[in-house]
Design a protein around this ligand. Structure first.
Ligand SMILES: Cc1cc2nc3c(=O)[nH]c(=O)nc-3n(C[C@H](O)[C@H](O)[C@H](O)COP(=O)(O)OP(=O)(O)OC[C@H]3O[C@@H](n4cnc5c(N)ncnc54)[C@H](O)[C@@H]3O)c2cc1C
Length: 376
């Protein structure tokens, strides 16, 4: 079955031809479209390729959560990059959310997000993140008891105030349209099978978890990981306007504009089988997702859409942005560990700025070479 988001018809893109591109971007998801747009705005001749269509990878198959920050909670990011670094990263992603809001039109709703606690242990973890955010001056709210939509089931929630929710395929198609308007040639349904065919252009690989075959020594080190999602029949009660995620992100759900519950996760019911680049649906995960939404509403809901997508996992939960070790003129941006809607947009801009020779922050923390020394 197809992604609910991608089932919406795609508007046609302006036809553009670019001869002798200076920069070739591989992957027309949020990262590639963001990078291509920024480069074209700076006057570069840019061609963007995708083996499928615009947003045909994870960018059109995800949960739609537009979250600030890194994949790990703020307090955990402080432990890995220090207080100052974590603050800068958080502020950078909040600025990216502002830019997304300005560009995304009706594909984005700024409703916040709720990180949910399912038990006392998780409640303690949320409290640590809440206090770290508040101490650093980032907007966050604490909810419990009757303030929660499903009080008996969850013990508390942390509201990330600036977050929102996307129709992700509509958003990335819109971003691609902006890139085409800025002069980017977009070649869909064209797989790049080797760097040699790209004629010496600077290359940026934006494939996140999809194996591109173009990353030399770090190929496979951004670990392909499958996520499965369902969308139910439209529900008249509007209970989950705000995206909810709990059990360390293993469950996530919200209600789309037309009332459908979009729910994803439950990788942990079959953990080992989900480290794969195969978009096959599996019975244990699908059953867990269906039981979960039935349980939320106390009745059997019809599932109208079910799909899978692949994201790129990195064990230190920081993205991978920079030059590919050992390859001349090849750059990469990806590895968002399931948190790429905002981060992918921001990292697309970042890698474009790096290619343009601008002085940019974070490249040490995001250095692709670290993957070569990482135990998984
Ligand atoms: C099920 C699921 C749920 C998720 N939920 C969320 C969420 O709610 N919030 C969030 O922030 N993140 C979420 N994510 C993660 C997020 O979707 C991704 O991190 C993000 O979309 C990555 O965007 P991208 O542009 O880097 O890569 P993608 O959108 O995956 O695009 C990569 C593209 O590269 C193309 N490609 C690869 N190799 C080649 C080649 N050799 N030649 C040509 N084209 C090639 C592929 O066809 C693909 O279209 C989720 C991911 C999945 C799978």
């Amino acid at each position: 079955m197809t992604s609910y988001w991608l089932s919406e018809p795609a508007p046609s893109l302006r036809a553009v031809a670019v001869d002798d591109p200076e920069v070739v971007v591989v992957g027309a998801g949020v990262t590639g479209c963001s990078a291509a747009l920024r480069l074209a705005q700076a006057g570069k001749r840019v061609r963007l390729y995708d083996a499928r269509e615009v947003a045909g990878g994870a960018s059109g198959r995800n949960g739609g959560f537009a979250l600030r920050g890194m994949p790990a909670p703020f307090d955990v990011t402080v432990e890995s990059v220090g207080e100052q670094g974590a603050r800068e990263l958080m502020a950078w992603t909040e600025r990216a959310l502002d830019t997304i809001e300005a560009l995304a039109g009706n594909s984005f709703r700024r409703v916040g997000s709720l990180r949910i606690a399912v038990d006392e242990e998780e409640r303690g973890e949320l409290r640590v993140e809440f206090e770290a955010l508040a101490a650093a001056g980032f907007a966050a709210e604490w909810l419990e008891g009757s303030e929660l939509q499903v009080p008996g089931r969850f013990t508390a929630a942390l509201r990330h105030v600036p977050d929102g929710v996307l129709q992700p395929a509509r958003w990335v198609r819109r971003l691609a349209a902006c890139a085409a308007e800025a002069g980017v040639e977009i070649r869909e349904h064209t797989r790049v099978s080797s760097l040699d065919e790209l004629g010496g252009a600077t290359v940026i690989v934006c494939a996140d978890g999809y194996p591109s075959g173009l990353l030399g020594s770090i190929e496979g080190l951004i670990i392909p990981t499958r996520g499965q999602v369902i969308a139910t029949e439209p529900i008249p009660e509007r209970l989950f306007e705000v995206p909810h995620y709990g059990r360390h992100g293993y469950d996530y759900w919200h209600q789309a504009e037309d009332g459908r519950i979009v729910a994803g996760g439950f990788r942990d019911v079959s953990f080992d089988t989900e480290f794969t680049a195969d978009e096959q649906l599996t019975e244990p995960v699908q059953r867990a997702l269906h039981d979960f939404v039935n349980g939320l509403f106390g009745r059997e809901l019809r599932v109208d859409y079910a799909w899978a997508g692949i994201f790129g996992m990195v064990m230190d939960f920081l993205p991978v942005v920079g030059r590919v070790p050992g390859l001349e003129n090849v750059w990469v941006a990806g590895g968002y560990s399931g948190h790429g809607n905002v981060l992918g947009f921001a990292c697309g801009e970042l890698v474009a700025q790096a290619v343009l020779g601008e002085a940019i922050p974070f490249l040490d923390a995001f250095d692709p070479a670290r993957l070569l020394n990482m135990d998984d």
